[in-house]
Unconditional design. Structure first.
Length: 366
């Protein structure tokens, strides 16, 4: 998240005393508590401590560097950014889950581990419409174990969970809360229509994006995406993409990353921009060493406000790609499928509207 929410810390005192049960009665009480879904707070806390100690080493801090076109003082300026986010190692061969908005247009990515070791990384798959990305590390430090993926369908509202991440760059910070809701795709955030969200009151701040939410078994049940806040600070409304959606959209699909961000052009705007068809994709930003860069796609050069959002204008408008005409928003899914079939060195073809002229672009997949 590019906002800078306030960091709210709530301290809950531990119980000062407890009633000593009769010998051999405690295991029976715990068994009953487990069956009824109730446990004393001290036992719950111990469960969090134990799970945190098991998975903390799999959580990483993600630093992403790149360039971003922004409006400053009435003009458009290309500025360097140094985004800080979080992630989690999910395979022994070095695959890390994080948020797409942290790394989608990054030129350089570095991952920092608990022991102080670092590794470079590259994006191998992303789905911005669910705010998910998958990184491939150059190396995995010895002894670092991946975190297991959990079944988010089994998660219940009211279940205790914890988040580990790097709020404001403070790595391996723990926050604890509860699952406070579950939301179907395209019901919470219009710009992230594909994500199923688990809602939580566990504190989420800038730098937590892309980090894991765990159940008390130490299983990843979600990836942190964003908050809803009127103040800019955390107000108890945090949203993570469910782990089963992560599997469906990133882990089980063929890897795909364009290295670009897009803005959909249709209706009156398409007519205003003189598109030769009713739909197109305006190229907003392009990462270095990305497939979009290899094709020769040009990003926007000036920022304008459209539909309440700052949009870089002046870039290419994609009309067709990989032999697929972009007739509507669903067309790009077919482009994605064809693009994902390519291997390094294969040819990519795009047709774009550039400065009022329709031109064809060709490039090789890096």
């Amino acid at each position: 998240m590019r906002q800078s929410p306030l960091h709210l810390t709530v301290s809950v005192p531990a119980p000062r005393g407890r009633i000593a049960p009769r010998p051999r009665a405690l295991p029976l009480l715990l068994l009953v508590g487990l069956l009824l879904g109730w446990l004393p707070s001290s036992v719950q806390a111990q469960g969090v401590v134990s799970a945190f100690q098991r998975v903390n080493g799999s959580v990483v801090l993600v630093r992403a560097k790149g360039k971003d076109l922004t409006a400053q003082g009435g003009s458009s300026v290309l500025v360097k950014f140094n985004e800080v986010g979080s992630g989690v190692l999910v395979s022994s061969d070095g695959k890390v889950l994080t948020a797409a908005h942290v790394v989608q247009i990054a030129d350089e990515i570095t991952v920092h581990f608990l022991g102080g070791e670092t590794a470079t990384a590259r994006v191998i798959a992303s789905e911005p419409r669910a705010d998910l990305a998958l990184l491939q590390l150059s190396r995995v430090p010895a002894g670092v174990q991946p975190a297991p993926m959990g079944d988010s369908n089994s998660v219940q509202v009211g279940e205790q969970v914890f988040i580990v991440g790097a709020p404001y760059g403070i790595a391996h910070s723990l926050t604890v809360g509860y699952v406070s809701g579950r939301h179907k795709p395209n019901t919470i955030y219009a710009e992230i229509p594909l994500a199923e969200f688990l809602q939580t009151d566990a504190a989420i701040n800038q730098g937590n994006s892309g980090g894991p939410m765990f159940n008390l078994n130490g299983e990843v049940i979600g990836i942190v995406s964003h908050i809803i806040s009127k103040s800019g600070g955390f107000e108890g409304l945090g949203f993570v993409v469910s782990s089963n959606m992560v599997r469906q959209l990133v882990l089980e699909k063929r890897p795909f990353w364009s290295g670009a961000t897009w803005f959909q052009i249709s209706g009156d705007l398409a007519e205003y921009l003189n598109l030769p068809q009713p739909f197109g994709l305006l190229v907003e930003e392009v990462a270095e060493r990305s497939p979009a860069k290899a094709i020769g796609l040009r990003p926007g050069r000036a920022v304008a406000r459209l539909d309440g959002k700052d949009i870089p204008l002046g870039g290419d408008i994609v009309l067709a790609a990989m032999g697929v005409q972009l007739d509507d928003a669903t067309s790009f899914e077919r482009v994605r499928e064809r693009w994902a079939q390519l291997r390094s060195g294969d040819e990519m073809t795009f047709r774009v509207l550039r400065a009022g002229r329709v031109i064809d672009l060709k490039g090789r997949l890096p």
